[in-house]
Design a protein around this ligand. Sequence first.
Ligand SMILES: C[S@@+](CC[C@H](N)C(=O)[O-])C[C@H]1O[C@@H](n2cnc3c(N)ncnc32)[C@H](O)[C@@H]1O
Length: 278
Amino acid sequence: MEGLPAVSDADYGYISGLLYDRFGIQFGDKKKVLVAGRLAKRLRELGLSSFSEYVRFLQGDTTGKELVELVNRLTTNHSYLYREREHFDFLTTEILPSFVAREKHGAMAPLRIWSAGCAAGEEAHTIAIIMREVLGSEFKRLDPSILATDISVDALKEGQIGRYPEARFRELPKQWLTKYFQKVDGEMWEALPPIHGMILFKRLNLMNMPYPFKGSFEVVFCRNVMIYFDGAARQKLVNALYEVINPGGYLFIGHSETLQRGESLFRYIKPAIYRKEV
Ligand SMILES: C[S@@+](CC[C@H](N)C(=O)[O-])C[C@H]1O[C@@H](n2cnc3c(N)ncnc32)[C@H](O)[C@@H]1O
């Protein structure tokens, strides 16, 4: 591409190898131009004129900060509220009512949901809205919470603020937009405390197992994250998620993703919905 410093196979191999080893993210040989394009600005910011210099800079960085910067530049944090609404319908009609009914007949683990690979928190805010809407008078007593994690520091910062441009609400019913968000300057809407206060944002690399959590989750949303991973990394991830889901709890993956038969202990329920047996 004109104007971009060329990337040698060796330098590209180093960068893509690092992304795979540390994050499970697979770029493969075909993404060389894309990687070069996305990193060109970073090279300029650092005053470097070649990818070889950048690779040396990465190798010499003992703080790990450049690795974070690298992954921020290369991952796609695209998301929007109420994405793949079938999952929110299933949460509304099956999971939450069943949890409330079972909870009345005996002690249940706390109602916790994990948005794993949360981007800027669009998914987590949608889950919060659904919990508020469905749990109604049971909400206070059940005191549900949401953990939202990602590797991208920039995306997490945006989630912590909870302010999004109007375009990201295009799928969300209008009455929920005005009930749970307030319009701030221009085209931006900011999440109000009743939903924003339910979410804890944390940085977490999904490839760093075991996860540092106490307790488990009733539902894990890990949607449109595995698209970056190859079979081995995906299997490792799905096994680790299985460990943190309550018996009888659910895993949601993106509708363009699949778990191969035999790849995990989960039971297939319907497209992109899996359950851990009781
Ligand atoms: C396309 S977004 C998906 C957002 C949301 N789950 C959805 O379905 O709309 C994928 C997210 O996965 C994150 N991601 C990729 N690899 C990761 C890893 N190893 N650990 C944690 N997050 C990762 C990216 O930073 C990005 O924010």
